[in-house]
Design a protein around this ligand. Structure first.
Ligand code: GLN
Length: 327
């Protein structure tokens, strides 16, 4: 990874990538949640928030979309504050999946059924691990946690929430199926309600990049200087993002982009470059996997131009001591 990033290089890359990707006209906005179909497909913004709290931005960085599955990252973080990592591995798992994010077949075929915290089955089960005496207090924990990552109070779109609740039979079915396997840890209907609410939180690219930057910055929000997450669990969250953050595309993503990421069907996409910055793209039209089309193209281009791919370390031998002798 490049050790010589400068503000000029970052601004230059943002401008060039934005101009190039803006012209791309592929993808369709999500319509299986009726409210999402109403979003403006032209929204396109990119933001980078560095570990020093510096913000680089271009395009529609203030336009909000529903966070959808990106919320799963922060609910995983919340569950990790209530349980340890081994508990999450046991109750949810870290399997990758080659099937769509809401696949019943994947749930049936997988040994642990929950698969991982980022497909719908595993994500709803992860929400069922968040503690709270009532549905309201579970939601408060999840919402407060997202607010801490964003450094501001994030609003819920009641319209999106109601729209998804009305058409939520599939997620409810996944949750009951998990319950039948003994892989659900709280009341089904209440948890699906909270899970649906977490996806209806409205965010812009600046909010998302700020949230991602906390994971790049050892768990401290670089814009508020508040610790929002335990440093010791960050490698677990990031490696899980790398394995399944963009669903069946994750293998190719590792090859082409090579940084931990998470997408949402609202059109947001975040990436984390550990020790450097969080990146977010917002552009609602999606590819066939449910990832923002322009988002994927943006990350591919940014990774290439800024040399961000963690698998592209220079071949110079790192196994040398101070006297430059090989260990
Ligand atoms: N709320 C959406 C769902 O449960 C989230 C899916 C996504 O963003 N991939 O289907």
């Amino acid at each position: 990874m490049s050790k010589s990033l400068t503000p000029e290089k970052i601004n230059d890359a943002l401008n060039k990538v934005y101009d190039k990707v803006k012209k791309k006209k592929t993808g369709k906005v999500a319509s299986y949640i009726p409210e999402l179909a109403k979003v403006d497909p032209k929204i396109y913004g990119i933001v980078i928030v560095t570990c020093c709290g510096k913000v680089y931005k271009i395009g529609d960085f203030k336009k909000t979309v529903a966070i959808e599955s990106i919320a799963k990252v922060f609910t995983l973080c919340m569950a990790l504050q209530h349980h340890n990592k081994d508990h999450i591995i046991d109750k949810i798992g870290t399997q990758t999946s080659f099937l769509p994010f809401n696949s019943v077949l994947a749930l049936r075929l997988s040994d642990n059924h929950t698969i991982n915290p980022f497909v719908n089955a595993g994500a709803i089960a992860t929400a069922s691990l968040v503690k709270g005496k009532t549905k309201k207090s579970v939601w408060k924990n999840i919402h407060d946690n997202m607010n801490n990552f964003a450094g501001k109070k994030l609003k819920v779109s009641e319209k999106t929430y109601k729209s998804e609740m009305k058409t939520n039979e599939h997620n409810v079915a996944l949750a009951y199926l998990l319950k039948s396997y003994g892989k659900f840890y709280n009341d089904v209907e209440d948890t699906v309600d909270v899970y649906t609410r977490q996806g209806s939180v409205m965010v812009n690219a600046l909010d998302l990049a700020t949230m991602a930057s906390c994971l790049a910055n050892d768990g401290v929000n670089p814009r508020t200087n508040k610790r929002v997450f335990k440093k010791k669990y960050i490698p677990f969250v990031l490696s899980t993002m790398l394995g399944g953050g963009v669903y069946e595309y994750s293998g190719r993503w590792m090859n082409e982009v090579g940084i931990p990421a998470k997408s949402g069907v609202g059109g947001g996409l975040i990436g984390v470059v550990p020790g450097k910055f969080g990146i977010a793209v917002v552009s609602p039209p999606l590819d066939k996997h449910g990832n923002s089309s322009k988002g994927v193209a943006t990350f591919r281009e940014l990774s290439r131009r800024l040399d961000l791919n963690m698998f592209h370390e220079k071949a110079e031998c790192q196994m040398k001591n101070k006297n430059r002798k090989c260990i």
